[in-house]
Design a protein around this ligand. Structure first.
Ligand SMILES: C[S@@+](CC[C@H](N)C(=O)[O-])C[C@H]1O[C@@H](n2cnc3c(N)ncnc32)[C@H](O)[C@@H]1O
Length: 203
Protein backbone atom coordinates (compact mmCIF):
# COMPACT_ATOMS: atom_id res chain seq x y z
CA UNK A 1 0.00 0.00 0.00
CA UNK A 2 1.38 3.40 -0.99
CA UNK A 3 2.57 5.92 1.55
CA UNK A 4 -0.14 8.39 0.46
CA UNK A 5 -2.88 5.88 1.29
CA UNK A 6 -1.35 5.13 4.67
CA UNK A 7 -0.98 8.83 5.40
CA UNK A 8 -4.65 9.33 4.46
CA UNK A 9 -5.73 6.52 6.77
CA UNK A 10 -3.60 7.88 9.61
CA UNK A 11 -5.01 11.38 9.08
CA UNK A 12 -8.57 10.05 9.03
CA UNK A 13 -8.01 8.30 12.36
CA UNK A 14 -6.95 11.59 13.89
CA UNK A 15 -9.22 13.99 12.01
CA UNK A 16 -12.53 12.20 12.20
CA UNK A 17 -13.69 11.01 8.78
CA UNK A 18 -16.20 8.27 9.68
CA UNK A 19 -16.14 6.07 6.54
CA UNK A 20 -12.35 6.27 6.32
CA UNK A 21 -12.02 5.52 10.02
CA UNK A 22 -14.22 2.46 9.60
CA UNK A 23 -12.10 1.37 6.66
CA UNK A 24 -8.93 1.92 8.69
CA UNK A 25 -10.30 -0.11 11.64
CA UNK A 26 -11.23 -3.02 9.36
CA UNK A 27 -7.97 -2.52 7.49
CA UNK A 28 -6.87 -4.33 4.38
CA UNK A 29 -6.40 -8.03 5.06
CA UNK A 30 -7.40 -7.78 8.71
CA UNK A 31 -9.29 -11.09 8.72
CA UNK A 32 -5.98 -12.85 8.10
CA UNK A 33 -3.99 -11.55 11.05
CA UNK A 34 -6.98 -10.93 13.32
CA UNK A 35 -8.47 -14.44 13.16
CA UNK A 36 -11.80 -13.04 14.39
CA UNK A 37 -13.70 -16.34 14.42
CA UNK A 38 -10.97 -17.99 16.48
CA UNK A 39 -10.92 -15.04 18.88
CA UNK A 40 -14.68 -15.21 19.42
CA UNK A 41 -14.54 -19.02 19.74
CA UNK A 42 -11.84 -18.66 22.42
CA UNK A 43 -14.28 -16.71 24.59
CA UNK A 44 -16.56 -19.74 24.79
CA UNK A 45 -19.66 -17.54 24.88
CA UNK A 46 -22.86 -19.21 25.98
CA UNK A 47 -25.97 -18.58 23.87
CA UNK A 48 -27.95 -15.96 25.76
CA UNK A 49 -24.85 -14.27 27.20
CA UNK A 50 -24.67 -10.50 27.57
CA UNK A 51 -21.52 -8.90 26.15
CA UNK A 52 -20.21 -5.34 25.98
CA UNK A 53 -18.05 -4.64 22.92
CA UNK A 54 -16.09 -1.79 24.43
CA UNK A 55 -14.82 0.59 21.76
CA UNK A 56 -16.93 -1.14 19.12
CA UNK A 57 -15.77 1.22 16.34
CA UNK A 58 -17.07 0.05 12.97
CA UNK A 59 -18.50 -3.13 14.52
CA UNK A 60 -15.76 -5.50 13.36
CA UNK A 61 -16.38 -7.76 16.37
CA UNK A 62 -19.90 -6.59 17.26
CA UNK A 63 -21.68 -8.70 14.66
CA UNK A 64 -19.57 -11.76 15.34
CA UNK A 65 -20.27 -11.47 19.06
CA UNK A 66 -23.97 -11.04 18.30
CA UNK A 67 -23.96 -14.24 16.22
CA UNK A 68 -22.20 -16.10 19.03
CA UNK A 69 -24.68 -15.14 21.77
CA UNK A 70 -27.70 -15.68 19.49
CA UNK A 71 -31.13 -14.08 19.59
CA UNK A 72 -31.52 -14.63 23.35
CA UNK A 73 -28.24 -12.85 24.04
CA UNK A 74 -27.39 -9.16 23.98
CA UNK A 75 -24.42 -7.21 22.71
CA UNK A 76 -23.92 -3.64 23.85
CA UNK A 77 -21.79 -1.80 21.31
CA UNK A 78 -20.15 0.82 23.51
CA UNK A 79 -18.23 3.75 22.08
CA UNK A 80 -17.61 7.43 22.72
CA UNK A 81 -17.92 8.23 19.01
CA UNK A 82 -21.48 9.29 18.18
CA UNK A 83 -20.95 8.93 14.42
CA UNK A 84 -19.68 5.36 14.73
CA UNK A 85 -22.62 4.45 16.95
CA UNK A 86 -25.12 5.97 14.50
CA UNK A 87 -23.58 3.88 11.73
CA UNK A 88 -23.74 0.74 13.90
CA UNK A 89 -27.38 1.40 14.84
CA UNK A 90 -28.31 1.85 11.17
CA UNK A 91 -26.47 -1.32 10.14
CA UNK A 92 -28.05 -3.21 13.02
CA UNK A 93 -31.52 -2.07 11.87
CA UNK A 94 -30.78 -3.03 8.27
CA UNK A 95 -29.52 -6.47 9.28
CA UNK A 96 -32.39 -6.99 11.73
CA UNK A 97 -30.00 -7.64 14.61
CA UNK A 98 -32.37 -7.20 17.52
CA UNK A 99 -29.67 -8.34 19.94
CA UNK A 100 -27.35 -5.38 19.34
CA UNK A 101 -27.82 -2.15 21.26
CA UNK A 102 -25.58 0.89 20.91
CA UNK A 103 -24.41 2.66 24.06
CA UNK A 104 -22.80 6.09 24.17
CA UNK A 105 -20.21 5.69 26.89
CA UNK A 106 -18.21 8.37 28.62
CA UNK A 107 -14.44 8.47 28.35
CA UNK A 108 -14.11 7.32 31.95
CA UNK A 109 -17.20 5.10 32.20
CA UNK A 110 -18.76 2.65 29.68
CA UNK A 111 -22.25 3.28 31.12
CA UNK A 112 -23.31 -0.31 30.45
CA UNK A 113 -27.09 -0.54 30.97
CA UNK A 114 -28.72 -2.03 34.04
CA UNK A 115 -28.42 -5.80 34.34
CA UNK A 116 -24.72 -5.78 33.54
CA UNK A 117 -22.83 -8.17 31.32
CA UNK A 118 -21.14 -11.55 31.42
CA UNK A 119 -18.28 -10.29 29.28
CA UNK A 120 -16.58 -7.02 28.55
CA UNK A 121 -14.73 -7.56 25.28
CA UNK A 122 -12.40 -4.91 23.95
CA UNK A 123 -10.19 -4.97 20.87
CA UNK A 124 -7.57 -2.38 19.91
CA UNK A 125 -9.17 0.08 22.30
CA UNK A 126 -7.25 -0.43 25.54
CA UNK A 127 -4.53 2.06 24.53
CA UNK A 128 -7.20 4.74 23.91
CA UNK A 129 -8.44 4.61 27.49
CA UNK A 130 -6.91 7.07 29.93
CA UNK A 131 -6.58 6.25 33.64
CA UNK A 132 -7.04 2.58 32.80
CA UNK A 133 -6.75 1.25 36.33
CA UNK A 134 -9.50 3.59 37.54
CA UNK A 135 -11.57 2.81 34.42
CA UNK A 136 -11.52 -0.96 34.90
CA UNK A 137 -11.85 -0.70 38.66
CA UNK A 138 -15.12 1.18 38.05
CA UNK A 139 -16.12 -1.32 35.33
CA UNK A 140 -16.21 -4.11 37.92
CA UNK A 141 -19.72 -3.01 38.89
CA UNK A 142 -21.03 -3.84 35.41
CA UNK A 143 -19.92 -7.47 35.57
CA UNK A 144 -22.42 -10.11 36.53
CA UNK A 145 -21.23 -12.87 38.91
CA UNK A 146 -18.49 -14.85 37.18
CA UNK A 147 -18.08 -12.06 34.63
CA UNK A 148 -14.95 -11.75 32.50
CA UNK A 149 -12.97 -9.05 30.72
CA UNK A 150 -11.23 -10.00 27.46
CA UNK A 151 -8.62 -7.57 26.17
CA UNK A 152 -7.18 -7.91 22.66
CA UNK A 153 -4.56 -5.22 22.29
CA UNK A 154 -1.75 -4.42 19.88
CA UNK A 155 1.59 -5.63 21.19
CA UNK A 156 3.86 -3.27 19.24
CA UNK A 157 5.05 -5.89 16.73
CA UNK A 158 3.40 -4.12 13.77
CA UNK A 159 5.19 -1.02 12.47
CA UNK A 160 1.98 1.04 12.21
CA UNK A 161 0.94 0.68 15.84
CA UNK A 162 4.54 1.05 17.01
CA UNK A 163 4.99 4.20 14.93
CA UNK A 164 1.74 5.75 16.27
CA UNK A 165 2.25 4.26 19.76
CA UNK A 166 -1.11 2.51 19.38
CA UNK A 167 -0.36 -0.32 21.79
CA UNK A 168 0.12 -1.30 25.43
CA UNK A 169 2.53 -4.14 26.23
CA UNK A 170 0.88 -7.22 27.75
CA UNK A 171 2.78 -6.92 31.03
CA UNK A 172 1.56 -3.35 31.45
CA UNK A 173 -2.02 -4.56 30.91
CA UNK A 174 -1.48 -7.31 33.48
CA UNK A 175 -0.15 -4.87 36.09
CA UNK A 176 -2.96 -2.36 35.50
CA UNK A 177 -5.69 -4.99 35.62
CA UNK A 178 -4.22 -6.50 38.80
CA UNK A 179 -4.26 -3.03 40.37
CA UNK A 180 -7.89 -2.64 39.22
CA UNK A 181 -8.90 -5.80 41.11
CA UNK A 182 -8.73 -8.58 38.51
CA UNK A 183 -6.92 -11.88 38.16
CA UNK A 184 -5.62 -13.26 34.88
CA UNK A 185 -7.51 -16.36 33.74
CA UNK A 186 -6.12 -16.93 30.27
CA UNK A 187 -3.53 -15.68 27.81
CA UNK A 188 -3.92 -16.68 24.16
CA UNK A 189 -0.75 -16.41 22.10
CA UNK A 190 -1.89 -17.16 18.54
CA UNK A 191 -2.20 -13.54 17.39
CA UNK A 192 1.08 -12.16 16.01
CA UNK A 193 0.26 -8.47 16.40
CA UNK A 194 -1.83 -8.54 19.56
CA UNK A 195 -1.94 -9.89 23.06
CA UNK A 196 -5.20 -11.54 24.08
CA UNK A 197 -5.76 -11.69 27.83
CA UNK A 198 -8.80 -12.74 29.84
CA UNK A 199 -9.45 -11.54 33.39
CA UNK A 200 -11.96 -12.30 36.12
CA UNK A 201 -12.72 -10.49 39.36
CA UNK A 202 -10.16 -11.04 42.10
CA UNK A 203 -12.89 -11.29 44.77
C1 LIG B 1 -9.11 1.38 16.96
S1 LIG B 1 -10.84 1.45 17.24
C2 LIG B 1 -11.23 -0.29 17.49
C3 LIG B 1 -12.60 -0.63 16.99
C4 LIG B 1 -12.99 -2.10 17.09
N1 LIG B 1 -12.95 -2.58 18.45
C5 LIG B 1 -12.14 -2.98 16.20
O1 LIG B 1 -11.47 -3.89 16.71
O2 LIG B 1 -12.17 -2.74 14.98
C6 LIG B 1 -11.00 2.12 18.88
C7 LIG B 1 -12.40 2.57 19.23
O3 LIG B 1 -12.42 2.87 20.63
C8 LIG B 1 -13.22 4.01 20.83
N2 LIG B 1 -12.86 4.59 22.14
C9 LIG B 1 -11.80 5.37 22.44
N3 LIG B 1 -11.81 5.68 23.76
C10 LIG B 1 -12.89 5.08 24.29
C11 LIG B 1 -13.46 5.01 25.60
N4 LIG B 1 -12.89 5.63 26.64
N5 LIG B 1 -14.60 4.30 25.78
C12 LIG B 1 -15.18 3.65 24.73
N6 LIG B 1 -14.69 3.67 23.48
C13 LIG B 1 -13.57 4.37 23.25
C14 LIG B 1 -12.95 4.88 19.62
O4 LIG B 1 -13.97 5.83 19.42
C15 LIG B 1 -12.86 3.82 18.52
O5 LIG B 1 -14.13 3.59 17.93
Amino acid sequence: MGFAVLALLAASLVAGCGPLRRFAYAGPGRDGWQQPDRVVASLGLEPGARVADLGAGGGYFTWRLADAVGPEGQVFAVDVDVEMLAHLAEQSREQGDANVETVLGEYDDPLIPEGGVDWIFTCNTYHHIEQRTAYFSNARRYLRPGGRVAIVEFNGQGWFERWFVHYVPADEIRAEMRAAGYVELASHDYLDRQSFLVFGLAD
